[in-house]
Design a protein around this ligand. Sequence first.
Ligand SMILES: [Zn+2]
Length: 179
Amino acid sequence: MGPWLHRRFGPETIARVFGSLPEELRSDLDPSSSSLGALASSWYDARIYHHVFDALLENVPPEEHASLARDAARMVLEHTLRGIYAKLFRLMATPPLYARYVQKIWDMHYDTGEVTIEHLSPSRALHRVQGWTGHHPFACVVNRQSGAIVYAMMGMPHVRIEHEKCAWPICEAVYSWKV
Ligand SMILES: [Zn+2]
C-alpha cells in the first residue's frame, strides 16, 4: 500500500497524515519510505489505516472512491505478484483454488475476519467477509476490487462485479466472468 499512497497522494501529504497519527501508532512507521518503514503487519493495525484513509479521503468525492480503490488494488497486487510469481499464478491459479486459499490470503493482511467464496455457477462467485473488526469502507472497496483483479489475473475473461454490498458485519460481492 505504501508505494501507491506515495504515488497517488505525494510524499508531503503522506508525511502530514502519518504525522497526525497518535504517538504510539507512529513509532514503527517511516512515512518517507515507500514501504512506510514498517513491517506489513504494523500498517495493518486497523487504527492506522482507518486514520490514514479517513484523512486522505476527506477531500475525495465519494463517487471517485471505487476507481481510487481499483487503482490501489491493482498496484498492491502487481507488487505482490511480480515476475515469476505472476507467471506461476496465471498458469496455476483457478477459481476453485482461490476459494480454497482465500482465507489464508486474507490472513496475510488482516488479523480478524472470516472470508468465504461460494461458486453460484462455474462463472459466478459470491465472496463474503464477516466479523472483520478492522472493517473500513475504503479498505473494503479495495478488497472487493482486488477480487475482480485476481479473477482477471487468473485469465477469466470479462470479469465484472455483478453485485456488492458493504454492510458490516457482512460484506459481499458477486463476480462473474465469461466461460
Ligand atoms: Zn464492507
